[in-house]
Design a protein around this ligand. Structure first.
Ligand code: FES
Length: 119
C-alpha cells in the first residue's frame, strides 16, 4: 500500500495509506475521497486547474508512469514540459517531469508527495 502525502502551504500535510493496483483511481479521486482540497474544474485533463507537483519518496524505486496524452498537451500549454522531455519519455517510458494533472495521474504502488496548489 503506497503512502500518498498531500502537502500544501495553505493546509496541514496529510498522509493517506492508499490502495493501489486498481489502475483506475486518480490522485484527484483519492484527494476528494479524503477531503483534500485540490482545485479542479473539468476533471477530464483539459483545463490544467488540477496541476500538482509529484515527488517520489524513494528515488531508487521510482516506477515508470508516463504522462497521458492529455497531460502532455496541457503541460505543454502551461510551459511545464519541454519538447525534449516529451521525446525522452517516448524512449524511456518514464515520466520526465514532476508536473502532473491530478485528474489524470493514476495511483501506482509507490510512495509519493503531492504538492498543491502548484500555480
Ligand atoms: S481538472 Fe481540468 S485538467 Fe484536471
Amino acid at each position: 500500500m503506497p503512502n500518498v502525502t498531500f502537502s500544501s502551504p495553505l493546509h496541514k500535510d496529510k498522509t493517506i495509506y492508499a490502495v493501489a493496483g486498481s489502475h483506475r483511481q486518480t490522485i484527484l479521486e483519492l484527494a476528494k475521497a479524503n477531503h483534500i482540497p485540490i482545485d479542479f474544474s473539468c476533471g477530464d485533463g483539459e483545463c490544467g486547474t488540477c496541476l500538482i507537483r509529484v515527488i517520489h519518496v524513494d528515488k531508487n524505486k521510482k516506477m515508470g508512469f508516463p504522462l497521458t496524452e492529455r497531460e502532455v498537451t496541457v503541460l505543454k500549454d502551461l510551459g511545464k514540459i519541454t519538447k525534449a522531455q516529451i521525446e525522452e519519455m517516448a524512449v524511456t517510458d518514464v515520466c520526465p517531469t514532476h508536473w502532473r494533472l491530478a485528474c489524470q495521474m493514476v495511483l501506482r504502488d509507490e510512495d509519493i508527495v503531492v504538492e498543491y496548489p502548484s500555480r
